[in-house]
Design a protein. Structure first.
Length: 152
């Protein structure tokens, strides 16, 4: 960005990165905990294993555990800003697989009206994947565990 406004906004780049890390981290911590532990109304690992099997992932329990652990621990690392690149990569891969394998046949948009029998498109996954790519390319920012000893 150029000019005075651009220079003043650049001072907030790390705050923006922190906001992105918090949003992405909380979302994936929650989703991973639903898959792994059944928290927040989630099905838990056994039911997720059955669901993954029905979607064609074999063995279903293994792939449910991989997805759940990637989301939970990836979300935790992103939220804390510790091993952010690893966490963003893991959850980005989960989103890519979800987009291609589960949501793409339903088109782009979410099923806004929650019509029974109609799945969600890739819209939400694209947004989350974009956030992961931004963190992969930009790093965790100075307000992170990784940068706890960074100099101003």
């Amino acid at each position: 960005m150029g000019g005075k406004l651009g220079k003043s906004l650049e001072a907030y780049a790390d705050v923006g990165t922190l906001c992105l890390r918090i949003a992405i981290g909380v979302i994936f911590l929650a989703h991973g905990s639903q898959k792994l532990f059944g928290w927040f109304g989630g099905p838990g690992l056994a039911a997720m294993g059955d669901a993954f099997s029905q979607m064609g992932f074999q063995p279903g329990l293994f792939w449910a555990a991989v997805a759940g652990a990637s989301e939970f621990f990836g979300g935790l690392t992103v939220l804390l800003g510790f091993a952010t690149h690893v966490g963003a990569f893991l959850i980005g891969m989960v989103m890519l697989v979800a987009m291609l394998k589960v949501h793409l046949p339903n088109g782009f948009f979410l099923n806004f009206m929650c019509t029974p029998g109609v799945g969600h498109g890739i819209e939400y996954n694209v947004a989350l994947l974009g956030g992961c790519v931004a963190l992969l390319l930009g790093g965790p920012g100075k307000y992170s565990v990784e940068c706890a000893s960074c100099k101003e």
